[in-house]
Design a protein around this ligand. Structure first.
Ligand SMILES: Nc1ncnc2c1ncn2[C@@H]1O[C@H](COP(=O)(O)OP(=O)(O)OP(=O)(O)O)[C@@H](O)[C@H]1O
Length: 121
């Protein structure tokens, strides 16, 4: 769990229901994520507006979800659009193998309701 001091006490993930797919919201609820952390609350809406983001937040502040949630949302939105193509939609680069395994495991949890629609390599 994220450090409670780093959670945005004014926001809930449910309040993102206008910008996040219900499959993502269900997966977040399953993970026990009720409120976004501060970095998530700031980064997720901006990323979904396709803004460039340079974010810095301390260890354990929930940076993984801050970029994975908008990445998955963008892929789901692209897949449901009329010109959806079979193409790589995101490349996540991290500095160590251990971190890549952590991010991959997190993404698997986030994609639990998306069946085979989104694939992680
Ligand atoms: N909104 C949230 N609600 C509850 N727990 C959360 C939330 N976001 C992240 N967490 C949990 O907090 C912990 C830290 O998250 P995460 O690993 O993403 O932090 P980080 O900022 O990427 O850390 P690091 O800098 O070490 O990579 C994880 O156990 C994660 O599941």
């Amino acid at each position: 769990m994220a450090d409670p001091r780093l959670v945005d006490s004014k926001a809930t993930f449910a309040s993102f229901s206008n910008i996040l797919d219900t499959r993502i919201l269900r997966a977040l609820a399953d993970m026990g994520f009720a409120r976004p952390t501060l970095v998530q609350a700031k980064a997720i809406p901006l990323a979904l507006e396709s803004r460039d983001i340079l974010a810095r937040a301390r260890t354990g502040s929930g940076k993984t979800a801050a970029y994975c949630v908008p990445v998955v949302q963008k892929i789901l939105s692209a897949k449901s659009s009329a010109d959806a193509t079979q193409a790589t939609r995101a490349l996540i680069l991290v500095p160590t193998r251990e971190l890549s395994e952590q991010v991959s495991a997190y993404l698997k949890g986030l994609l639990v309701y998306c069946e085979e629609g989104v694939v992680i390599f």
